[in-house]
Design a protein around this ligand. Structure first.
Ligand code: ADP
Length: 239
């Protein structure tokens, strides 16, 4: 497997607190990788370091052969979708999606073309003029995803994007994200604490225990052959 994203001996501390240690991780181009683990195991911190919102204390982060450590978030080619990454309430759906393009200085006609195309791709054209408050939770999350996709990032980072949705909608959105991943050939790093979600949605799962990878593999590798007691207990728990 040729690595598209590489984390080399990455560590992160907040003062005396070591949150991530000795992390080596490769993600292939087009792969859907879930970071799974209990609350506080360092998953979000890893995503923040990938996105450039947090600096790694040590180690190297590489995307497509380019070292990212010193690049600001908007130059990393990553789109982010967070559970609480709220849409701008005073803007329409189309304006929300246009925002990252405008921030990057894309010409007006081009912005319009790309927004129309992006909304069509997720079947939201008919909602373009609505405000976020006039949408359902699932529709809002689809708009957030569209906004992350609109500048054609190399990688999509998702932190518990479905955490606020009820079970039925959550399962529908899992299928939708899976489908987008396949249709667009996206590389996705997806954070969740929900074992069944990780099982449904990913190509591979990295299970975290206190800032370290306890096991990484396909769903069946991890579920059928848990490598240690932590993994077998964690995946055996139900939400
Ligand atoms: P997870 O996403 O697995 O729940 P996090 O990466 O959010 O875990 O957090 C890992 C640990 O790092 C937790 O103990 C958390 O309190 C701590 N932490 C996260 N961000 C900060 C911060 N900005 N300052 C201090 N501690 C932090």
């Amino acid at each position: 497997m040729a690595a598209f994203i590489e984390l080399r001996d990455v560590a992160k501390s907040f003062g005396p607190l070591k949150v991530v240690e000795g992390l080596n991780l490769d993600v292939a181009k087009g792969e859907f990788l879930s970071l799974l683990g209990p609350s506080g195991s360092g998953k979000t911190t890893i995503l923040m370091m990938l996105a450039g919102f947090e600096d790694a204390t040590s180690g190297e982060i590489v995307l497509d052969g380019q070292r990212l450590n010193d690049l600001p978030p908007h130059r990393r080619g990553m789109g982010v979708v967070f559970q609480n990454y709220a849409l701008f309430p005073h803007m329409s759906v189309a304006e929300n999606v246009a925002f990252p393009l405008q921030m990057r200085g894309v010409a007006k006609a081009e912005v319009q073309r790309r927004v129309t195309e992006a909304l069509a791709r997720v079947h939201l054209e008919h909602l373009a003029e609505r405000r976020p408050s006039q949408l359902s939770g699932g529709q809002q999350q689809r708009v957030a995803l569209t906004r992350a996709l609109v500048f054609e990032p190399k990688v999509i980072l998702m932190d518990e994007p479905l955490g606020a949705l009820d079970k039925q909608l959550r399962e529908a959105m899992q299928l939708e994200i899976r489908d987008l991943h396949r249709r667009l050939g996206l590389t996705i790093v997806f954070v969740t604490h929900d074992q069944s979600e990780a099982l449904t949605i990913s190509d591979r799962i990295a299970i975290f225990d206190k800032g370290k990878i306890a096991q990484i593999g396909t769903a069946s590798e991890v579920y059928d052959r848990p490598r240690n007691r932590f993994v077998s207990q964690f995946i055996g728990e139900t939400n």
